[in-house]
Each structure stands twice: as C-alpha cells, then as structure tokens.
Design a protein around this ligand. Structure first.
Ligand code: PLP
Length: 349
C-alpha cells in the first residue's frame, strides 16, 4: 500500500473569520449578470432544467470545440470526479496521480476498494511525467493529473503534458482536472480538450467554481469521448443535480467575459502582492499559477499555526509536504491579503 508524502492539518475555523482564504473561492463572484439571471429564473423553479441545460451545453460545446455528446454536466466538478471514481473503480484497480495532488477522485476510488499510487512532483513542482508513465501497470485503470496542481499551485508545461496524454491515453484513460486553468497565461493556459478531436481517451474536468466565482451555485462539466461517457452514464447519469437557477447563472456568466477578465487580473495582482510581501517577511512562496499559493511555515506546528491564524480572523490551510510544514493561502481581495500578511506577521512574532 502506497504511503502518501503529504497530509493535511485541520482545526475547526473560528466563527469570527474576517478573511476566508481556505477554499480557493473567488472573492469577486458571482458575476452581477449571473446574479440577475439567477434571480429572474427563480420563478421557474417548478420546472426541471433540462431545456436550459441543453442551451448551456451548446455554449460549452462551442467554447470547447467538441460536440455536445462529448459533455457530461454535474453540480460542480466534484460530483463528476466522484462519479468517475465510483464507476471506474467499483471492481478495484489502481489510480495513479502526483503526490501531493487534489485527492477527491483518489479518496472516493480508495473508499470503494481501489489502490492509489502517488508519484512525487519534480523539483520544479511540475508533474514527473516520465516517472508516472513508468509507474503504469496492468492494474492501472486511470491516471489523474491536476493541472495546475492543487495544493501546490504549480504548472506542468503544455507541450510536455499534451504529448504525455496523447501517448499514455492509448494504454489507460487520462483524467485532467483543469479547475484552475483559467488563471494561467500564455500557452500553458491551453486545455487538453483538443486531444478529444484526435480520438484520445482523455477526460477533461472544468468548473464554474473558480474563475466564474460560482462555488456555491454548483456547476461543472467533463469533456470526454462519447463511449467513455456512456460507460459512466450506464450507472449514473449527469446533469440531474444542477438547479435550473444555476444553469441560467452559468449561461450569463459565460457571456460576461469582462467579469472573467476582472477575476483573472485582480487575482494576479493579489498573487503578486502576496508573493512579494511574503518574500519581504522572509518566506519562500512557491511561484503560483492559480488563485492560491503555498509557502513553508516551519516556525510552528500546523494545527497551532491554524489556530493562531484563526484567532486573528484568518482562515488558511496547512499541509505537511515532503517533510516540511506549508501554509496554503487562497487569493482574496487586496484588502483580505493585507489582513492575511499582517496577521501572519503577528502570529510569527
Ligand atoms: N478540482 C480541483 C483541483 C479543486 O481544487 C476543486 C475545488 O477546490 C475541485 C476540483 C472541485 O470544485 P467544484 O466541485 O466546486 O467544481
């Protein structure tokens, strides 16, 4: 049995949290246009949302450049990560991923009897794709890649990952979780979804929780080959869990490109401020491509650190990764980031 190289420290959050920087939520969302659409749709709550879901899927199909039959919708991408884990691993098998990574799919797979095999990240915090490929065995049923990765906030290069997915998906399906990809600039911000047009067996997960600021409204989807989706949908269909109101909000949010650009820009500013302030304070943050950041915090044991931060009104996360204690902080507004750095200074005194 594989022994993980990371673990999380947790304490209950204080009730008086003023800066909630623990769940990688978008502090600006949802888009005002999404809120308007949601309010207007509330009176239609007596009807099932299938008709409007179809409209949303048409929009996503156009954006992703794949036919609608390649899409499966869910109330957040968690629902789909979990559904894939349940169906693919109900008869056991091994799921391969980086260690550390976002554990939702692996945890559910393990709970139904699968094995998880982790592969440490490289020194530059990107996926060790060669080691991952070498770790595939006859028992491997899925490779899970979170890019950019959570909890590290780091990226694996587009070309390298594209070649890996292209090659490896001939042997075993590759699940790419792109929850934070909208925050990435340049070529590395390109999705793996185009591999589907080459007939590759990849599964790409996206969410409205991050750039769209709709974490509480619950909309996500995966793009995959129709035959892959059929094998999942034989057991559990998609789309039923999303509320009609959230579907309207998602459609309006997709149209509000100005809001998405604002989220991305303000996130970048918060990230620059946080990284430079942490460096001034003597910390070494890992360069982040996402809406959160990690840095080693080794003065204090993880739980004690969380408790002290929580007493200052700040919610963050604490991980043990490769024998160091790390803090993960989500990017809030600039004001929240200032509260965070000032609380951190006090806690470290
Ligand atoms: N994938 C990653 C990497 C995440 O960090 C999260 C949430 O934080 C999710 C998926 C799940 O998001 P949701 O269920 O809100 O779409």
């Amino acid at each position: 049995v594989y022994t993980p190289l990371f673990k999380e420290h947790t304490v209950p959050l204080a009730t008086e949290i003023v800066a909630k920087l623990n769940a990688n939520e978008n502090p600006y969302g949802p888009s005002p246009k999404a809120v308007e659409a949601l309010k207007a749709a509330a009176v239609g709550g007596n009807r099932y949302g299938w008709g409007q879901l179809s409209v949303l899927m048409d929009k996503i199909s156009e954006k992703e450049g794949v036919p609608k039959e390649y899409l499966m919708m869910g109330p957040g991408s968690s629902d789909l990560l979990e559904k894939f884990a349940l169906v693919l691993f109900m008869n056991g098998g091994t799921v391969l991923s980086a260690d550390p990574s976002y554990m939702s799919l692996m945890n559910v797979a393990r709970s139904v009897g699968a094995e998880w095999k982790g592969v440490p990240l490289k020194e530059d915090w990107s996926h060790d794709l060669d080691a991952m490929e070498a770790a595939i065995s006859s028992d491997t049923k899925l490779v899970y890649i979170c890019n950019p990765n959570n909890p590290t906030g780091t990226i694996t290069g587009y070309k390298e990952l594209y070649d890996f997915c292209s090659r490896v998906s001939e042997k075993v399906p590759v699940f790419i979780d792109e929850a934070y990809l909208d925050f990435v600039e340049g070529e590395n911000g390109k999705s793996m979804v185009s591999l589907l047009n080459e007939g590759k067996n990849v599964i790409v997960a996206r969410t409205f929780s991050k750039i769209h600021g709709m974490a509480g409204l619950r909309v996500g989807y995966v793009a995959a080959l129709p035959e892959t989706l059929k094998s999942i949908q034989k057991i559990t269909r998609g789309g039923m869990g999303i509320t009609n109101t959230s579907i309207y909000a998602a459609i309006a949010s997709m149209d509000d490109t100005a809001f998405q650009a604002k989220s991305k820009n303000l996130n970048k500013q918060a990230r620059e401020y946080t990284a430079s302030t942490l460096k001034t304070m003597g910390f070494s943050p890992v360069p982040s491509y996402t809406s959160f950041m990690i840095f080693p915090q080794e003065t204090m044991e993880g739980k004690a650190f969380l408790t002290k931060m929580s007493e200052q009104g700040i919610g963050v996360r604490s991980f043990e990764i490769y024998d160091k204690t790390w803090c993960r902080v989500s990017m809030g507004t600039m004001e929240e980031m200032q509260m965070f750095t000032s609380a951190l200074g006090k806690v470290m005194e």
